[in-house]
Ligand binder design. Sequence first.
Ligand code: PLP
Length: 385
Amino acid sequence: MTASPAGSASAQPRTFLPPEMLPRDGRFGSGPSKVRPEQVEALTRLATTWLGTSHRQAPVRAAVGELREGLARFFALPDGYEVVLGNGGASAFWDIASLCLVRERSQHVVIGEFSAKFAAATSAAPFLAEPDVRRAEPGHATSPHAVTDVDAYAWPHNETSTGVMLPVERVGAGDQLVLVDGTSAAGGTRLDPSQVDAYYFAPQKSFAADGGLWFALLSPAAIERVERLRGSRWVPAILDLHAAIENSRKDQTLNTPALATIALMREQVRWLNERGGQEWAAARCAQSTGIVYDWARAHELATPFVAEESARSTVVATIDFDERVDAAALAATLRAHGVVDLEPYRKLGRNQLRVGVFPAVEPDDVRALTACIDAVLAEGSVLVR
Ligand SMILES: *Cc1c(COP(=O)(O)O)cnc(C)c1O
């Protein structure tokens, strides 16, 4: 074969992996992520009675109510915390928080693409002061710092673009709020909600549903901030957190939500709670990422991208490959076998695989994945000469 530069996806898959070697389910995406077939079966059971019915009527509101209660149970929410939801995904929540939670100035930990987007939102908001931004290079962690001239601290629990996980521990004092992006971490890691005032996430990662909605666990202090800021600036109705809180209290959303997403997520939250909730989910995801990290440490052509062990994500494992490996060709070979979405975050530009192992993923499938990678590397067609 002719040498293909590391990072190109040009190589044709040559390796043949026998079916018995493959993971039973080949979806390892970091979002959208594996949806369990049982969730889809549960959705099918609603096909003629519930799907396609009004979100203002009791059956759909009951499902939203069950989902909100299921999340409150999963996270063991302290008294006074509320589960709020709306349309637009986690990205919408950055604008919602800029409008309805940040009073004058926020501090942001920026360690990758997702955390950068919230900082860009508050920076662009004409009614807010330039944010205090604490950056680290991709693959590294850094922490928020208590200062007196901010009223909100923001960081990602899991920076999905790099696989760096940060602790969620309160910083600051008085009425300074803690706003944590829990998308991808929520549902697959442990969280002490008393450490945070707004913990927000989208359903297409650890909760194994489709995208399009955002959820936020709001503390009494966050709700109070929303009330106090009301009327102080123009807020588009679709981004109005006050309206979302009021609707959520009635198990509704401001406008029509995707009912299928609600049903898929309700099923996943039921499943998680039945199995032991947060503890069970966190242990399972840590086991799965542990399989990937241990494999990478032992393989001479692979290393965990996140050098600092304590910062390694327990839901999204990023693995760098030696320059002798064309990681894009490796991903393409696996994709040709139905083992998909292992490509690294597009803007990171590394010779890397990224493995999303949310609670829906079976640890045995992760073991099968590493065996498949071993086989492809041993066969040699993705090696650069
Ligand atoms: C996926 C992701 C988002 C974006 O979620 P959307 O629902 O697509 O807006 C935000 N933050 C993190 C940490 C993510 O992983």
